[in-house]
Design a protein around this ligand. Sequence first.
Ligand code: KIV
Length: 269
Amino acid sequence: MSTPPQTQGRVTVRTLRTMRHDQQPITMLTAYDFPTAEILDAAGVDVLLVGDSLGMVVAGHPDTLSVTVEQMIYHGEMVARAARRAMVVIDLPFPEGSRRPQRTLDVAAKILKATSAQAVKLEGGVEQAERIACLVGAGIPVMGHIGLQPQSVHVDGGYGVKRDVDAIVADAEAIEQAGAFAIVIECVSREIGRAVTGALTVPTIGIGAGPDVSGQVLVTHDLIGLYGGHRAKFVRRLADVRGEMRRAAEEFVGAVQSRDYPNDGESFR
Ligand code: KIV
């Protein structure tokens, strides 16, 4: 029997497992819209994360807490429609990841049905094991997220580095056992990133977790210099899209004000 068309060439949970096994680094970037997803997919990014970071870098809020299920569906559908090869993972927004397992399952199923994405991501450790097992048992692939958990920013009192190695390893082991296919580790020392990866068989994807993990994720708006807010130590900025956009807008303003735009070639006859 031939492979069904929707999985041909697509990065799947099996691909990520094999990449970890073969020690081939996994790449993941956030995407919130069609053109960005098209570009990142064509660039060979393995996983596109429709992160609830969109509340900060797209909507301009100070944290991710205001993001709704409807917004995740709106953005997730655009990204999933653009992605040809990359796996598309959608964040379960606050507080959907903390509801009764059946309610979390209903919301995750609604998101995947409406967007055609492949998986959801859920923040939290030991306390999420039952919910993750419920989703996985119903056929929904779940990516975990431990270490710094932005949805808990007010409980934690800020976005600091997480240092309790025993608690973080226990979180990782609990959600791996519950069936998570990969785990994001955010803002921990490189030693903790290595310890968690060594304790697991599923891929670990680090953001500010050092190099000794199975892959790396960044928020695309940080990578390309579009976000104007706080820049964390681990961010590598590889473009200045904010500067370039400003330059183009200023040039447009100047051209219109000086009546240089539109010229004859840019006008209909
Ligand atoms: O929402 C997001 O973009 C994330 C990444 C920081 C991993 O969860």
